[in-house]
Design a protein around this ligand. Structure first.
Ligand code: FPP
Length: 229
C-alpha cells in the first residue's frame, strides 16, 4: 500500500525490557535505560521519516516511583536528556508534548527540574509541524480517566448526559487522536495502565525484542499491522 496517501498513523509504545537487555550483557540495569533512551531517539527519527503523525511513549508511570531510588534518579536524568534533544527534534520537525499528572494538582510527583525540562522542550519545538512526540511521564491511565470523569461531572448540566466527547475533552492531551497501533516490547503481552481510553480499536504489536533492540524493521512490522485486515 502507498503510505503517502494514507492518514498519519498514531503509534503508542510501551518501552519494556531495558533491564533484561542490560542483564543479558552483564551490565547494570541503568545501562539498559541509557540504551533505551538512545534507541528512542532513533525510533523518533525513523517514525518521523514514515507516515507516523503521532508517536506516544510511556516514559515513566505513576507506578514506577517505587523502583529503587538510584534507578528512578537515572531514569529521570534520561528524561532530562531526551527533553534536551531539541536540535535533533527540530531537525526532524518533531513537536514535543507531555501527558501525566498535572504539576499543580494533588498527587503530582514530577520534580521541578523535569517540569522545567518538559516546559522548555515544549516551547522550543512548538513551531514544528511534523510528527508529534508525546511523552507520558508520571502517567497512569486510570488517574487520567478518573480526573476526566470528575471534571465532566463538575461541568455537568442536568439537561444532557456526559458524552464520550466530553470525557475526551478532559484527557491530558485532548488533541491526541485515537491510537492506531500499540507496541509492547520484551515479550510482555499486557497493556499496563497505558492510554486505556485512546486505544479503543487499536491493533496491538507484541514483540520479543527488548526496547533497546526495537529497530526500523520492527517499526515497519507494527505499521503494517495497521493496514492488515
Ligand atoms: C522498562 O524497562 C522501561 C521503563 C521503566 C521506562 C523507562 C524508559 C526508558 C528509560 C527509555 C527511554 C525513555 C525516555 C522517555 C527517556 P524495565 O526496567 O521495566 O525492563 P525489565 O522489564 O527488563 O526489567
Amino acid at each position: 500500500m502507498d503510505q503517502a496517501k494514507q492518514s498519519p498513523i498514531h503509534i503508542a509504545c510501551i518501552m519494556d525490557g531495558n533491564g533484561r537487555w542490560a542483564k543479558r550483557r552483564g551490565l547494570p540495569r541503568t545501562e539498559g535505560h541509557t540504551a533505551g533512551e538512545e534507541n528512542l531517539a532513533e525510533v523518533v527519527r525513523v517514525c518521523a521519516s514514515r507516515n507516523v503523525g503521532w508517536l506516544t511513549v510511556f516514559g515513566f508511570s505513576t507506578e514506577n516511583w517505587v523502583r529503587p531510588p538510584a534507578e528512578v534518579k537515572h531514569i529521570l536524568s534520561l528524561h532530562k536528556r531526551l527533553f534536551g534533544r531539541v536540535e535533533e527534534l527540530n531537525a526532524h520537525n518533531v513537536r514535543i508534548q507531555w501527558i501525566g499528572r498535572p504539576f499543580d494538582e494533588p498527587g503530582s510527583k514530577t520534580p521541578a527540574f523535569i517540569q522545567k525540562a518538559i516546559l522548555q522542550a515544549i516551547e522550543d519545538t512548538a513551531h514544528n509541524t511534523g510528527m508529534v512526540l508525546t511523552v507520558a511521564f508520571d502517567y497512569g491511565s486510570r488517574a487520567e480517566l478518573l480526573r476526566a470523569a470528575q471534571r465532566s461531572r463538575a461541568s455537568h448540566n442536568a439537561s444532557h448526559d456526559i458524552s464520550v466527547a466530553e470525557i475526551t475533552s478532559h484527557m491530558y492531551a485532548p488533541n491526541l487522536p485515537p491510537v492506531d497501533v500499540v507496541v509492547r516490547t520484551s515479550g510482555e503481552s499486557r497493556i499496563s495502565n497505558f492510554m486505556l481510553w485512546q486505544i479503543k480499536g487499536a491493533k496491538v504489536y507484541f514483540t520479543e525484542r527488548t526496547w533497546p533492540d526495537f529497530d526500523a524493521r520492527e517499526i515497519d512490522n507494527a505499521l503494517e499491522l495497521v493496514h492488515a485486515r
